[in-house]
Ligand binder design. Structure first.
Ligand code: GLU
Ligand code: ZN
Length: 298
């Protein structure tokens, strides 16, 4: 049998410039792909047009270039993949797995009170012909455990019916949900392993469920710790985390390698970025991050 080529990816949302947390994830997935002598793709998660901000994609590309994190092949833009997402919707519809939902957020918040948002199945019996109102499409979930072994976080399992309920695949404003888009794109690019932040660990069972229903091969998963600020809160664009500056890439790369527990030798501070990346690929050992869920980066 031919040996499968490793294919990884970095998938930023262009809702703002890269911050330290996203650079940390980008570098880890880049190092993993190169260590495995594979390919590293760049995907721009711009399917949720409401969250896209002007100039963010350009700024992300410039920052990656400033750190010499060069991707392979063409960039995949989710906004250009809608036909593929729609085909998946049709295939799930043929399996009678989808139904229209007209519940508003307000209505659901009232029903759920302060409980986490588990969809209570109000519209489960509706057919698209039953409603003239704009509707979202939800997928029926099974009362069954879905499990996988994460390479850093160990065995994870979740009953999605009990912990999230039927979830939305296409919003009423016709925007495809991230869970659907990400699995279609990972399949399209032939991604063999997904490295991303642990904040998406809980979403993985939903993605595995979709992969099963669409007969797609699931990649392997490695969920990295998230970087937190002094108050223990994840660095994010929503919380206005500082954009990374490409002005001193050597210092920044070494900071990221420290955070990734790779212990770069102090002599590397005199090296250039190419030499640093070569050292980092050669010595890359992600198991040093095993079981770590968050890292205070200040
Ligand atoms: N675009 C997503 C994010 O920024 C990442 C999606 C993924 O890696 O699956 O959180
Ligand atoms: Zn509903």
């Amino acid at each position: 049998m031919p040996v499968e080529i490793y294919k990884g990816r970095f998938a930023p949302s262009p809702s703002g410039p890269l911050h330290l947390g996203s650079l940390f994830t980008a570098l880890a997935s880049f190092l993993q792909a190169h260590k495995k002598k594979g390919q590293w793709f760049l995907r721009i998660d711009d399917v949720d047009t409401i969250r896209v901000t002007n100039g963010a994609t350009d700024s992300i590309l410039k920052t990656l270039e400033a750190f010499s994190l060069q991707w392979d092949g063409e960039i995949l833009y989710q906004s250009q993949q809608k036909e593929r997402y729609e085909q998946a919707i049709e295939s799930l519809q043929h399996q009678s797995l989808l139904y229209p939902c007209t519940c508003s957020r307000k209505q659901l918040a009232k029903i759920n009170k302060n409980k986490p948002a588990i969809y209570p199945g109000i519209c489960r019996r509706k057919k698209p012909t039953d409603t003239k109102l704009p509707y979202s499409l939800r997928i029926r979930t099974d009362d069954a455990l879905i499990g996988f072994t994460d390479k850093l976080q160990g065995v994870i399992s979740q009953n999605i019916a009990l912990s999230v309920g039927d979830f939305v695949l296409k919003r009423r404003d016709n925007i495809y949900a991230y869970h659907l888009a990400t699995i279609i794109d990972d399949d399209f690019l032939g991604i063999t392993e997904v490295l991303r932040g642990i904040d998406l660990l809980d979403s993985t069972p939903r993605q595995l469920y979709l992969q099963q229903r669409l007969n797609l091969k699931a990649p392997e998963f490695m969920h990295l710790p998230v970087l937190t600020d002094a108050s223990g809160i994840k660095l994010s664009k929503q919380r206005f985390a500082k954009p990374v500056s490409g002005e001193n890439p050597v210092k920044m790369l070494l900071t990221c390698l420290e955070l990734l527990a790779q212990n770069p030798p102090s002599a590397l501070s005199k090296a250039n970025k190419k030499e640093i990346l070569e050292w980092a690929i050669e010595n890359w050992n992600p198991s040093k991050l095993s079981g770590i869920k968050q890292l205070d980066c200040l």
